[in-house]
Design a protein around this ligand. Structure first.
Ligand code: GMT
Length: 372
């Protein structure tokens, strides 16, 4: 198949998932065309079946807001015609689903029929898409998509709750390439972070309000009272200055490192002992699944789709949003004794394997085939 993939090329979960899907499809001999405004961060290897088409948005003094969506639709039309695409798969509804609708209509005039598949990832529905500034367009373009998929049952339910959707939404869970996350820890790296063999606790996100970063800091503060530990913050975003300030106030700064955006998550996960995900909402929690794949247990909230990937008391623990006390107690329980930690690590890795890329990608292929 010749597949056009549209996504955000950033470190966000939707872009990561879309890129990993494209890479997996290319490895299965499909021709994959990424249409994005920047090279996706996870698109870091050469593959003869992968093509990258950059969307250029020319500026003009009249434009206070350069019309990205128009440029994107035009790019989709161009790639669809010149590379004879069989279908367009867009990730994250805004503005990709409406841009795809426009491209589809233009192509129809050229006598080309191209199915559009929209994958919903989370905030496109639960936060941004629900806003009345976007909702009518999001609803319309979802209904005009030939198929809609959601990355969790919870996201599907949320979509039906808040939008008038006239067709079925298929749940295709996110996946992880388990083999990629089975890395041996690099001792030298571990020594730099935890010179005295302290436990390494990790949080990775875009540091938006929805992640409740203050809860991460507070849980870590409780852990530190009970055992020697270090906290690694991976990623960047609006709440980072607040988190840094909080760490200074709580006198934790020497035990916390902010390492910014990182491409090699598997190396960081390989030295980590616990992943913290304190979010108000996660449609799925891909970062937590990647942690589990690397054998890192997860302390999380029970929000959104997280219960679809976590096994309570086995791969980690889930608590109500904001229950810092319980999350801390569970974290300390996991980290305190080697034997307990090893059991959690083993179970996390084993359970993550059920979401392996080889189990999930065929579900997308099967969906594509229905439209060809
Ligand atoms: O977490 C974010 O805010 C980024 C966002 C994205 O679209 O890149 O993540 C969403 O999609 C991920 C991949 O499907 C999910 O794993 C995340 O749970 C989801 N985030 C939210 O629902 C807040």
């Amino acid at each position: 198949m010749r597949i056009g993939i549209v996504c955000y090329p950033t470190f966000g979960g939707s872009g990561v998932l879309a890129t990993e899907l494209g890479k997996a499809l290319a490895n299965k001999n499909h021709q994959v065309h990424f249409i994005t405004y920047q090279q996706p961060v996870r698109l870091n290897e050469f593959n003869a079946n992968i093509f990258y088409h950059e969307v250029h948005v020319p500026t003009y003094p009249l434009f206070d807001y350069p019309p990205y969506e128009t440029a994107l639709s035009s790019a989709m039309v161009d790639v669809a015609i010149n590379h004879q695409l069989d279908l367009l798969h867009v990730h994250y509804a805004i503005p990709h689903a409406s841009a795809a609708y426009m491209a589809k209509k233009i192509l129809e005039k050229e006598g080309i029929k191209i199915p559009v598949i929209t994958t919903l990832h989370g905030t496109d529905i639960t936060l941004v898409g629900r806003d009345k500034t976007y909702a009518p367009v999001v609803t319309f373009s979802m209904n005009e998509s030939d198929a809609i998929t959601a990355v969790s049952q919870n996201l599907k339910d949320e979509t039906f709750k808040f939008f008038k959707i006239e067709k079925d939404i298929e749940v295709i869970h996110n996946f992880v390439d388990v083999s990629r996350f089975r890395k041996k820890p690099i001792d030298a790296f571990k020594k730099v972070i935890a010179p005295n063999n302290e436990r390494i606790v990790l949080h990775a996100s875009n540091f938006r309000k929805v992640k409740r970063i203050a809860d991460v800091v507070n849980v870590f503060a409780e852990i530190r009272k009970e055992l020697p530990a270090k906290l690694l913050f991976v990623g960047d975003g609006p709440e980072r200055p607040m988190a840094e300030e909080m760490c200074r106030k709580l006198d934790l700064y020497s035990d916390i490192r902010f390492v910014g955006k990182q491409e090699q998550m598997e190396e960081i996960l390989a030295v980590s002992d616990l992943f913290l995900l304190t979010s108000e909402y996660e449609s799925f929690g891909l970062a937590a699944l990647e942690a589990m794949a690397a054998g890192v247990p997860v302390i999380s909230t029970n929000a959104g789709g997280i219960p679809e990937i976590q096994l309570q008391g086995k791969t980690g623990y889930m608590s109500n949003v904001g229950d810092v006390k319980e999350m801390s107690e569970h974290a300390i329980h996991i980290l305190k004794e080697d034997a307990v930690l090893q059991e959690f690590k083993k179970r996390a890795a084993k359970h993550a394997a059920t979401f392996d890329i080889h189990n999930i990608v065929p579900q997308y292929e099967e969906l594509y085939n229905r439209f060809l």
